[in-house]
Design a protein around this ligand. Structure first.
Ligand SMILES: [Zn+2]
Length: 199
């Protein structure tokens, strides 16, 4: 396979939805090098979201944790930028594999590893289910509210959200985007339907 043929093959695979790992294996390049070559070939064309996403993941066996290798937030969750918005990496993994996340549901980890984005380790749950899971696994020593939403929010963040929302300078949508949670979750916070112990 000469260089031109290799590049054509990579573009074809990319367009047909192959993952960057599959492309790397097919053309015999390392994952990082594959990403670089794809960017060179594409020029100004953006790499498809899934290719951009999976090259930041240490993909392992089907049952192992696949850890996020890129940026993370202060709570240890992987973060990924989509359309200039900061998203939680494990939620993006769910979106890529399974499609939409129904409003109000959380993407939780069976492995309790916040950096893990292996779709086999992710499940959709309600707040109540997340708490029940936590209790069953003996993690009940954590304050339940802190564990809700897979610990995406802390007391400090909740206080900041309420303060900023009360100031009238931010919409719920803006706060949701800033905090990486759904607008429904922000609504619940500002109406004090949860986190009642925080002022
Ligand atoms: Zn895992």
């Amino acid at each position: 396979m000469n260089l031109q043929e290799r590049n054509a093959e990579m573009v074809t695979m990319l367009r047909s939805g192959s993952t960057i790992r599959e492309i790397a294996e097919r053309v015999g390049l390392s994952l990082d090098r594959t990403g670089e070559v794809i960017r060179e070939i594409n020029g100004t064309t953006r790499m498809p979201l899934h290719a951009r996403f999976w090259r930041k993941v240490d993909k392992r066996g089907p049952d192992e944790c696949w850890e996020w290798k890129s940026s993370k937030n202060e709570w240890g969750y992987g973060t990924f930028h989509v359309s200039n918005r900061c998203q939680l990496a494990h939620r993006v993994a769910w979106l890529i594999y399974n499609g939409e996340i129904p409003a109000g549901l959380l993407v939780c980890h069976t492995c309790d590893n916040p950096l893990c984005v292996n779709p086999a380790h992710l499940w959709l749950g309600t707040n109540a289910e997340n708490i029940a899971d936590m209790v069953q696994k003996g993690r009940a020593h954590r304050t339940p509210s802190e564990a809700v939403w897979c610990a995406k929010l802390t007391s400090e963040r909740v206080a900041a959200i309420r303060r900023d929302y009360a100031s009238g300078e931010y919409t719920q949508l803006e706060l949701a985007q800033r905090e990486g949670v759904s607008r429904a979750n922000i609504g619940i916070v500002v109406r004090k339907r949860t986190w009642r112990h925080v002022d």
